[in-house]
Design a protein around this ligand. Structure first.
Ligand SMILES: *Cc1c(COP(=O)(O)O)cnc(C)c1O
Length: 393
C-alpha cells in the first residue's frame, strides 16, 4: 500500500500538480518568444502599422500555404466570412445554407449582410455538414453554401462542390479551424470560390489579437476584397462603393509570419497526440471518437469525442465527465452546446427542437479534450486514464 502523505505545508494555493489545460499558449511563447520579439521590433522600428510590407508578405505566404493565388488579410475570421460572402455576391434577402453545428460566426456573417441562414444537419460519423441535408434545402433564393471544416477535419468537399456547381452558386469555405488540413491531397480552403480563415489566438495559427484572411484564385474577387476592406476606396480618397475598415495590421502579420514557419511541425505533433488518444480511448466504453474518412487529413484544432447519453437528462453523462476532469485539473470544452437553429438569436427563423436531430444529439454528446503541440504523451495518457476511471464509476 502507498504511504499516506501528510500535508504539513500551508502553501495550499499551489495548483495541483500536473494540471492540463485545453491549450497552453504560454508554453508555445516560451519556445518562440525570441523570434516573435525580433519580428515585432522590426515593425516598431519601421513605425508602419497598416497595409505595409508584413501584410503583403503574409498574404503571399499564406496563399502559397493554402494552395491559392491570392490572400487578402482582414481584421478577423468573421470579417473574412462577411467580406468573402459579399464578394461572392450575397446580398440582402438571399438565403445561404449554413451547418447548424458550428460556431455562431458562420451564420452571423450571413446575418450581417442582411441575408438569411438556412441551417443544415450534420453527418453522424464526422459531425461535419451532411451534403444530403444541404441538397434538400436548396430553393430559388439560395445564393451560396457555407462549408465548415469542423474541429480541423475537412467537410465532404466533393459532394458539396457538386451541389454548388450544379446550381451555379458559390461554395464558401469557413476554414477557421482547418488551415493545413487536406482533402484528397489538396489543402482545405482551396476548394470554394473563397475561403475564410481566422487567426483568433486559440486557432492552430493564432495571432496575438484578432486577425483573419480570405483566400481565392479569382483575380477579380481578390481586387474587390482589397477595396472592400479599405473603405471601398478605389483611388486616393475616392470610394466607388460602401466598404469598411477591416485590415490585418503589421504587428499581427509579423507574429503570424513567425508562427507559420512552425505550422507543419505543430500539426504533425497534434496528429501524434490525437493518435495516442484514439488508441487509448478506443477501449473505453461510452466513448466514441469521431471518424476521419479516407482521403481527409485532420489537423486537430480540437480533439473531440462523443460521450454516449444514458437516458436521464440529455448531456448529463458528458457534463458529469467534464466536472470530474475539472476536479482532477484537466481542462475540456463543449464545442458547441447549442446548435444554431436553436440559438435565441435565430428564434425568428422558427427552428424547432427535433428538426436537425444529428446536430442536436451531437450538442449533448461532444466533448473536446486538451490538445496542443507542447503537450506530452504522458499528459495524454493521464487524460485517457482520468476519462476511463470516471466512466467506470
Ligand atoms: C473562430 C471561428 C470563426 C470566427 O473567427 P474570428 O477570428 O473569431 O472572428 C468563424 N468560424 C468558425 C468555425 C470559427 O471556429
Amino acid at each position: 500500500m502507498k504511504p499516506r502523505v501528510k500535508i504539513q505545508s500551508k502553501k495550499v494555493t499551489r495548483k495541483p500538480e500536473g494540471e492540463i489545460p485545453m491549450l497552453d499558449l504560454r508554453a508555445q511563447f516560451a519556445a518562440i518568444g525570441g523570434e516573435v520579439r525580433a519580428a515585432l521590433d522590426e515593425v516598431l522600428a519601421s513605425q508602419q502599422f497598416v497595409l505595409g510590407p508584413q501584410l503583403s508578405a503574409l498574404e503571399h505566404e499564406l496563399a502559397q500555404y493554402g494552395g491559392r493565388k491570392y490572400g487578402i488579410g482582414v481584421a478577423s475570421g468573421t470579417d473574412a466570412l462577411i467580406l468573402g460572402l459579399r464578394a461572392c455576391g450575397v446580398k440582402p434577402g438571399d438565403e445561404v445554407i449554413v451547418p447548424a453545428f458550428t460556431f455562431i460566426a458562420s451564420a452571423g456573417a450571413v446575418s450581417a449582410l442582411g441575408a438569411t441562414s438556412v441551417f443544415a444537419d450534420s453527418d453522424a460519423e464526422t459531425l461535419n455538414v451532411d451534403p444530403a441535408s444541404v441538397a434538400s434545402l436548396l430553393t430559388e433564393r439560395t445564393a451560396a453554401i457555407v462549408a465548415v471544416h469542423l474541429y480541423g477535419l475537412p467537410a465532404n468537399l466533393e459532394a458539396l462542390g457538386k451541389i454548388a456547381s450544379r446550381r451555379g452558386i458559390p461554395l464558401i469555405e469557413d476554414n477557421a479551424q482547418a488551415l493545413g488540413s487536406r482533402y484528397h491531397g489538396r489543402p482545405a480552403g482551396s476548394f470554394g470560390t473563397v475561403s475564410a480563415t481566422s487567426f483568433y489566438p486559440s486557432k492552430n495559427l493564432g495571432a496575438y489579437g484578432d486577425a483573419g484572411i480570405i483566400l481565392t484564385d479569382s483575380k477579380e474577387i481578390a481586387a474587390h476584397l482589397a477595396i472592400l476592406r479599405n473603405h471601398g476606396q478605389t483611388g486616393t480618397y475616392v470610394s466607388s462603393e460602401s466598404g469598411w475598415n477591416s485590415r490585418l495590421d503589421e504587428m499581427q502579420a509579423a507574429v503570424l509570419r513567425v508562427k507559420l514557419r512552425y505550422m507543419d511541425k505543430w500539426i504533425a505533433r497534434r496528429r501524434v497526440l490525437a493518435a495516442r488518444y484514439d488508441e487509448g480511448l478506443a477501449a473505453v466504453p461510452g466513448i466514441t471518437p469521431l471518424s476521419v474518412p479516407a482521403g481527409r487529413e485532420h489537423t486537430y484544432y480540437l480533439y473531440t469525442v462523443r460521450v454516449a447519453d444514458e437516458g436521464t437528462r440529455p448531456g448529463a453523462r458528458r457534463d458529469g465527465l467534464r466536472e470530474s476532469l475539472a476536479k482532477q485539473g484537466i481542462g475540456s470544452g463543449v464545442y458547441y452546446p447549442v446548435p444554431l437553429h436553436l440559438q435565441p438569436v435565430y428564434a425568428c427563423l422558427d427552428g424547432k427542437v427535433g428538426a436537425l436531430p444529428v446536430a442536436e444529439q451531437a450538442a449533448h454528446e461532444v466533448l473536446s479534450l486538451p490538445i496542443y503541440p507542447e503537450m506530452t504523451l504522458e499528459q495524454v495518457d493521464r487524460v485517457i486514464y482520468a476519462v476511463a476511471e470516471t466512466l467506470r464509476r
